[in-house]
Design a protein around this ligand. Structure first.
Ligand SMILES: *Cc1c(COP(=O)(O)O)cnc(C)c1O
Length: 357
């Protein structure tokens, strides 16, 4: 079997050793001779998993004691609704920076719940850059940003400084670089990009920003209910949380975020250098805003795409086609993707240039 290089944008690549541990736990978890999938979430063995997962998030994001960490269902998309539902006051106002499809969906939900202002947008250039130097109104209940734009391949390199509570969708670059979580009021991330498998969403929220809306809250949509239940108000997604915990342990045991950030920089530099050098390809994102996680590029002669696709397939490159809304190519370089996979992609690009350029 040829080695497969997995550039999938999401669900994305997980470390091989994590997959092995996860597979073992499906058969015999903690030497209980029971599967992780068939025991109570209230058992002492599972309680240890969710507590450990919550503690690892706090450690990796350097969160202070005002923060609570939750693992919820419903995907990052449910957070598009839960954020305004929990933070936007009846007479208040939310601010959003629109940097792509996901931010637009978050804005749509917020508008249903209350007064919502888009304070900056890169829609004018098909979201190929990140707006900067915009004015943030000081009367906002919160400002919502998206740290990495999975579809367009842009990433915020410097987070805005503001006195307004900052809410960030970090679904596609969480744990890819050092971030001081205390600069935020709420961070959320669907697990399936860079943290674990699909099925759970991590929410880290400051307790002190909650309970200000005077809204009558539905229990399942109320962060305070989940906090009180220690992230087990209802049966949590036990398996995705377990695999997320394993992935965070893997990260910690392999040098931590500083180390992975260095490798992520190397991987991205290798690929962007080739995109800029190779006459057959061009990058689509503004150079200063290029994402280290999702690298988007197009072919100079799009009619030759089938030839490149065939070469890529033969070399074991998987998941490099662009998002269906934008076309072209997208190589996702999540934490678990080794440098050698990026080299394999670069080799194919060079071979393509020589034979078809
Ligand atoms: C994938 C993605 C989402 C949507 O996540 P779901 O878990 O499918 O709801 C939201 N935001 C960003 C930045 C994403 O990459």
């Amino acid at each position: 079997m040829t080695k497969v290089h997995n550039f999938s944008a999401g669900p994305g690549i997980l470390p091989q050793e994590v997959l092995q541990q996860a597979a073992n736990a499906c058969i015999n978890f903690d030497n209980l001779n029971l599967s992780l999938l068939e025991i109570s979430h209230r058992s002492k063995n599972y309680e240890a998993v969710i507590q450990n997962a919550r503690a690892l998030v706090k450690e990796l994001l350097h969160l202070d004691d005002d923060f609570e960490v939750l693992f919820l269902g419903g995907g990052a998309s449910l957070q598009f609704a839960m954020v305004p539902y929990n933070l936007l006051r009846t007479n208040g106002k939310a601010g959003y920076v629109n940097t792509g499809v996901w931010a637009s969906k978050a804005i749509k939900e917020s508008k249903i719940i209350g007064s919502t202002e888009v304070i900056a947008s890169s829609e004018d250039k098909n979201f190929n850059y990140v707006p900067k130097d915009y004015t943030i109104p000081t009367d906002l209940d919160y400002l919502h940003i998206t740290s990495n734009n999975t579809i367009y391949g842009t990433q915020i390199k410097k987070f805005p400084k503001t006195s307004v509570p900052l809410v960030c969708d970090m679904s596609s670059d969480i744990f890819s670089r050092e971030v001081n979580g205390n600069d935020f009021a709420l961070i959320y991330a669907g697990a399936q990009k860079n943290m674990g498998p699909a099925g759970t969403t991590m929410v880290a929220v400051r307790k002190s920003i909650l309970g200000k809306t005077e809204r009558k809250m539905l229990s399942m949509l109320d962060y305070n209910v989940h906090i009180k239940g220690a992230s087990m108000y209802n049966t949590p997604p036990v398996f995705p949380i377990y695999v997320s915990m394993l992935t965070m342990e893997w990260l910690k045991n392999n040098g931590g975020i500083k180390h992975i950030e260095n490798i992520n920089n190397k991987k991205a530099n290798l690929l962007y250098t080739e995109i800029d050098r190779n006459s057959a390809f061009k990058g689509t994102a503004a150079i200063d805003d290029r994402s280290n996680m999702n690298v988007t590029f197009i072919m100079d002669k799009p009619e030759l795409e089938p030839i490149f696709d065939k070469m890529a397939k033969e070399a074991g490159l998987s998941g490099i086609r662009g998002h269906r809304d934008v076309g072209g190519y997208r190589a996702s370089l999540y934490n678990a993707l080794p440098l050698e996979s990026v080299q394999a992609l670069v080799d194919v690009m060079q071979h393509f240039e020589k034979t078809n350029g």
